[in-house]
Design a binder for this molecule. Structure first.
Ligand code: ATP
Ligand code: HSE
Length: 330
């Protein structure tokens, strides 16, 4: 579970005096997520999520994340909205951590996403990319190509505790990615972590996205590649082309891919698998036994890296030629 920082009722009630959300009636830690500490709050006016920002979320980035949620909500995208404090700011401090409150989003995430969910998430992602087009702030992706090798070097010496020959495998992929990473593709605001646990549904209808704490300015098609990794593989690590086709169909219905983006999809997907393998590997090797967080298995992404190595064209992910538009731009 992800509650790294404990809070008590006295400090929480004092913290809530900075907001106009009524009196605290109950609260509890949320046993999901791995990055930040989250609490569900019930007050006399409704339900809210309190987040205490932990190690990978820099305080300087919070105005970008929270400002983005405000911007997207204004453009009609369903996502939590930061609650503004009495002093007009959105970020406070609780238990020594930066902290913010956002509105509660109804719905639940899909443990077993179907083709219908994949199509809906593809469409939602494209809508997010369009809604983010006029967001005025920029944030460098702190987990992009240039960051992978330094992150890998932190785990390299112990990587083979996880898998024999992982050193040779990862280094060969890193070298490939460094030489082949695409330049000049359309960029914009990307979510960068749109896994099933960050997308809520009410039945088969998408009710919104959460967890914008990796959002940044990067290649839009890289976000699509992240989603193919996160949504379209089965538990046995096989790629489900029907799900991939649905996700790409949903996305391109709203924002067609250019030929250059389509051509880059295999290397982007390979890079996305590397990115999640690396953060998982680091956490796997460095999270103390017995801590209250469920570690995510890096091998799930080593298996995806192996799959992407065999892919020559986006058609193999399920992209149809008519979904690629000559001259399509950002
Ligand atoms: N606005 C919201 N409305 C309803 N539930 C929420 C909201 N924000 C977070 N949650 C709940 O808290 C859980 C963890 O939130 P979140 O995904 O932001 O945490 P995280 O630690 O950043 O996770 P991740 O591992 O995905 O990065 C979610 O799965 C969901 O159950
Ligand atoms: N979605 C990430 C965890 C949050 O960064 C993963 O599954 O590895």
């Amino acid at each position: 579970m992800a509650v790294y920082t404990d809070i008590n009722e006295i400090e929480l009630s004092a913290f809530l005096e900075n907001y106009e959300i009524g009196r605290l009636t109950s609260y509890k830690g949320i046993a999901e997520g791995v990055e930040n500490s989250n609490y569900l709050l019930h007050t006399s006016t409704g339900s809210f999520i309190l987040t205490l920002y932990e190690k990978r979320t820099n305080r300087e980035d919070l105005p970008f994340f929270l400002g983005l949620m405000q911007h997207l909500a204004k453009r009609g995208l369903d996502c939590p909205q930061p609650v503004v404090r009495r002093d007009g700011t959105m970020i406070g401090e609780l238990a020594g951590r930066p902290a913010a409150i956002v509105t509660f989003l109804e719905g639940m995430w899909m443990r077993r996403p179907t083709v219908v969910h994949c199509e809906a998430v593809g469409e939602g992602l494209a809508r997010m990319h369009l809604a983010g087009a006029d967001f005025p702030m920029q944030r460098r992706n702190g987990l992009s190509l240039a960051d992978w090798r330094p992150l890998w070097n932190l785990s390299r010496d112990r990587a083979e505790e996880v898998e024999t020959d992982l050193v040779a495998e990862a280094e060969s992929d890193l070298a490939y990615l460094e030489q082949n990473w695409p330049a000049g593709l359309p960029q914009g605001v990307i979510h960068a972590d749109l896994f099933p646990d960050n997308v809520f549904f009410l039945g088969d209808k998408l009710s919104g996205f959460i967890d914008f704490y990796f959002a940044c300015t990067d290649i839009l098609a890289y976000d699509v590649a992240i989603c193919l990794n996160a949504w379209c593989f089965e538990k046995d690590f096989s790629y489900n082309r029907t799900k991939g086709a649905a996700l790409l169909r949903g996305y391109t219905r709203i924002r067609p891919l250019s030929q250059a983006e389509a051509d880059a999809l295999p290397v982007l997907a390979r890079g996305a698998a590397m990115r999640f393998m690396l953060t998982r590997l680091y956490d796997w090797l460095n999270t103390p036994e017995g801590s209250f967080v469920t570690k995510k298995d890096p091998m799930e992404y080593v298996r995806r890296m192996r799959f992407h190595r065999q892919i020559a064209s986006a058609v193999e992910y399920g992209l149809e030629p008519e979904q690629v538009k000559a001259g399509a731009a950002a």
